[in-house]
Design a protein around this ligand. Structure first.
Ligand SMILES: [Zn+2]
Length: 146
């Protein structure tokens, strides 16, 4: 009965074109930020996800699936980094291969970082201020993701 009612009524959510709303994304984002477990990935994720931002959520919802996968991988630090514990960055061979190293400090990406993110090296406490559009642009330009 309820399913029949639901299927015959119009969807009234904020983003009907993708089937999930901005509030759903923000709730998921909140869950991620407030995770209790403290592994390296969740600590790194807090560098990128500190406060709720509806415009960023809308930006993410409009991305092609492939780009969204890259962005979420970076934001949650579950991208293709550090597949083996304490593996070395394949680009510079100098530091541990982490999302924060990749975005903010890898010496092999200094020129690209300067061009796209505005400086050769970034402080970790500024990462949450970078718009996701620029994070994605940097990640794609690095050719690390396919
Ligand atoms: Zn590196």
């Amino acid at each position: 009965m309820l399913a029949k009612q639901a299927s015959s009524s119009c969807f009234t959510g904020p983003e009907p074109s993708v089937g999930i709303g901005v509030s759903t994304v923000i709730s998921a984002h909140e869950l991620c930020v407030n995770r209790i477990d403290c592994d390296i990935s969740s600590l790194e994720a807090k560098l990128f996800l500190q406060e709720l931002d509806r415009s960023r959520a809308r930006f993410a919802l409009n991305l092609p699936r492939k780009d969204l996968r890259i962005l979420v991988g970076i934001l949650t630090s579950h991208a293709d980094f550090n597949r083996h514990l304490h593996s070395v960055c394949p680009l510079c061979q100098e530091e541990e291969d982490t999302t924060a190293h990749f975005i903010a400090q890898c010496s092999a990406l200094m020129l690209l970082r300067k061009n796209i993110l505005g400086d050769y090296i970034l402080s970790l406490d500024t990462l949450s201020n970078i718009h996701w559009f620029l994070l994605l642009k940097f990640a794609k330009a690095s050719k690390r993701f396919y």
